[in-house]
Write a protein that binds this ligand. Sequence first.
Ligand code: SAM
Length: 338
Amino acid sequence: MSYIQRINSILKPSSKRSPLVVDLFAGCGGLALGFEAAGFETHGFEQDADCCATYEANLGGRCEKVCIEPGMQFPEASVVIGGPPCQPFSVGGHQLGLKDSRDGFPSFIAAVKALNPEIWLFENVRGILYGNRWYFDQIIGSLRDLGYVVEFGLLNAVDFGVPQNRERVIVVGHRGHFVFPHAAPRRVTAREALEDMLFVTPQGSKFLTKSMDAYVARYEKASCCVKPRDLDLDRPARTLTCRNLAGATGDMQRIKLPDGRRRRLLLREAARLQSFPDSFEFSGGESSAYKQVGNAVPPLMAYRLAESVRNYLKSTTRLKAPDIAIRNLPDQLVLEIP
Ligand SMILES: C[S@@+](CC[C@H](N)C(=O)[O-])C[C@H]1O[C@@H](n2cnc3c(N)ncnc32)[C@H](O)[C@@H]1O
């Protein structure tokens, strides 16, 4: 089965849907789509109206437009997932960490505490493991104190059949034995993803002007790029972000056409490289749609994680508090995924 057939046939809400998954900071539902495809029911919470509209138009579950805060009530659920934002690491020079209520993590931790799910999972950018490691350790500590074995891995979407290098930290809390998904044997290229739409130039296509070409060339020289960072069709794409999809920046995502012109990536191309099925429609204007795509967990990667969560729920091993404490000893905490 080709990549396109795979995403279009697998990634759709399943007809049997249970148990309920509460999805916090749900975005357009990339993570939730993977869970619905694996047979879960989802209920999203998200503050952006366009994201909620996209979620409800494409998924089986509903998405409440709400600004999530610590102490909020959620429906009872055995699984909690989410993509909490973590921007304000420093406030007026003070690193407030979990005391900063503008950050998403205090709300995520409060929801886990209130719902006491069997398993929870969140994703974040790889940077949280490095420059802001002190904050990451605070988050992990608070979640361990709620009585969970906490394990995490730096996973690359390209290892799960997504035609894109996209590293994300996936953190899971459980009370038994959780197995992270295994890497796929083969990497999918951008050509396989865009196959039937390669080099199209629909109305409204944005071509790079001469001055943009010069700007990009200066940027690439300054960043010591050996060759232009146009989409290399024979490899997986580089990481798609809100910034490099929607903005005319030095590292903007673009494709070189056979006639030599360079065109910014189309929304549908970006969606394919993120493994959204072709039937998935994004609500809102162009920059909102690019933002939704750039922010999402690739649904195919989410699907593989959801399968691991389902296997965990089916398993019968559950640990008692002393064994959970032993599993959480610092030198056993880091689970590196190949
Ligand atoms: C990284 S994105 C989530 C992506 C999503 N998991 C997916 O796979 O599509 C984070 C989302 O959190 C939302 N957000 C940020 N702060 C929020 C808050 N306090 N309440 C609700 N949503 C919030 C943003 O609008 C954004 O859509």
